[in-house]
Structure formats: C-alpha cells, structure tokens
Ligand binder design. Sequence first.
Ligand SMILES: Nc1nc2c(ncn2[C@@H]2O[C@H](COP(=O)(O)OP(=O)(O)OP(=O)(O)O)[C@@H](O)[C@H]2O)c(=O)[nH]1
Ligand SMILES: [Mg+2]
Length: 298
Amino acid sequence: MKRTVFISIVGRPNVGKSTIMNRILGEKVAIVSNKPQTTRNCIRGILTEGEDQFVFFDTPGIHRPQNRLGDYMVTAAKSGMQQGDVVMLVVDVNKPVSKTELEVIEYLKREGVPSILVLNKIDTVRREQIAEKIAAYATKHEFDAVVPVSAKSGKHVDEVMDELSKFLRESEWFFPEDVATDQPMRQYVSEIIREKLLRALDREVPHGIAVVIEEYRDTGSLIKIRAEIICEKQSHKQIIIGKGGEVLKKVGMYSREELEKLTGSKIFLDLWVRVKENWREREGLVSNFGYNKKDIDQ
Ligand SMILES: Nc1nc2c(ncn2[C@@H]2O[C@H](COP(=O)(O)OP(=O)(O)OP(=O)(O)O)[C@@H](O)[C@H]2O)c(=O)[nH]1
Ligand SMILES: [Mg+2]
C-alpha cells in the first residue's frame, strides 16, 4: 500500500530550513548559506522509502519585504505553507518567538493544520535554554509534536521523521521513487552559482544578485554552461569580479567542482557579470530573472 505526505517547511530566514531538508533527503537539493534570505523559491525535496513518499516544500524565510523580490519570496513562502498536509515550523532555538512564528501559528489555528515545531541549532545552546524555548512555545500553540534538533549534526532528525510518518496517508505517489527533487536543471545550476556568490561576498552585494543561465548544452563529453550574474550597481560588479578577477575565478571554480560532482560530467562554465540598476525594485526584471508571481500556486 503506497502512502504519501506533503510537508511544508516554514519559518524565519536563516533558521536552517534548507539544511534540515537536505539532511533528511541525504542529498543537497536546496542551497544553504549563513546569510538570511538564501532560499528565494519554493523547492520540492522528495524522499521515498519502501512504500512511503515524503514530499517536502522548502520555502523562503518569511520576513517583512523591502522590495519586489522580497514580495515574491514571501508570497512563495505563504503559498508553500498551504501546500502541506502538515507544517513543519522551524525556529532557531537561540531566538525569541517573533512576529513570523506568531503569524504562522495564527494560520495553523485558523486552518486547523497539523504541525510540528522543530527547535533547530541545539548544538549552540545549553539544555535549559531548550526547555525554556519549549515552554515559551507551549503558551502559544499546541503543536502535534515538538522536536529539538541539530540539522547540522543530524542529531534527533530521525525523530522528526518518526513524527512526520504519522501523517502518511494511503495515496498514489506524485513523483518517481528515484528523484530527490523536481527542480529543473537550469534552476539547480543557477542556485549553485548563487550559493557560491553568497559565500564569497559580504553585506548587501549577494542579496542583490540573480543568476540567469543563458546557455546549457550537453555535448556528450562536456556540458557547456554560460551564466549571467546580475547585480544592482557598477560598484557591486567590481566587487564580484574582484582584484584581477580573483573572486569570480573562485566562484567559478567552486561552482564547477560541485556541478561536475552533481552531473558526473565535465563542465565548461562561462560566467559574465552584468549590472541592472536596482532590479529588485523592478517587477519586470524580477520576473525575468526567475521570480515570477504567476508561477506560484496561489
Ligand atoms: N550551529 C548550527 N547551525 C546550523 C544548523 N542548521 C543550520 N545551520 C546554519 O544556519 C545557516 C542558515 O541555514 P539555512 O539552511 O540556509 O537556513 P534557511 O532557514 O533555509 O534560510 P533562508 O533560506 O534564508 O530562509 C547556515 O549557515 C547553516 O549552516 C544547526 O543545527 N546548528
Ligand atoms: Mg533556505
């Protein structure tokens, strides 16, 4: 008897939503960085075990949008929250209960959606702090389960799976058993390059970056990829390229390494940097660069 469950992973930016999804899948499907607002689209991750299929929606962190891109991300997150049979609210155990968590809890109560509270990053705090956080959330909502975890080390992540298993229902599967995501290859490639940029750059520069794949051609012996890195200002372009092209070279090298591992092919990667003044404020450009509200199931 085949069973399925859809799980929405939601929460504030930077709490570890993508990390925990990757950990559960045992594969990197969503990019991760130490900067908030890393994930911009809803990304599906699929785990099939025996007769059971778990379909996860990793969503962008819910925040107060500052521009059109932010509007898109929050719309995508809220739509993703509604796709799940069960909502997994991920919080950073170091952080107090915030407006975002209260907003999610309000939705859970209003719609009567089952939910699991995941207190992440327990590797960074003392045990008493975990108990305090559990008590703080207990006054706000009766979750179906509360699981303190470390997504980074994997500690207690199996308990999250035990809890999620309780929501499996008899149903046909929606995805083949051997796929971990339905993300199109071009999006995957652009995300990997964006991750390397997020890791190489500081402050506001990486937040104003989009990566557009202009060419993706598999010649059999080699995959040729040409990507444009869009940034918001001329000064950002110089930072992205770096002295003597050093930063861009590194980004290219790390991206290529990961793409070769992912595809098992040799990769030729050609990166270009282009300025589109304040593109995050311009609806047309935001949707051109892969963040189109029309693509969101609402
Ligand atoms: N110490 C510690 N760090 C963690 C843990 N889980 C995630 N992190 C780190 O937290 C940062 C954010 O992780 P992400 O998975 O990108 O967070 P996210 O919630 O998906 O963030 P957005 O996509 O921006 O909403 C990264 O630097 C992770 O390595 C954990 O259990 N312990
Ligand atoms: Mg993320």
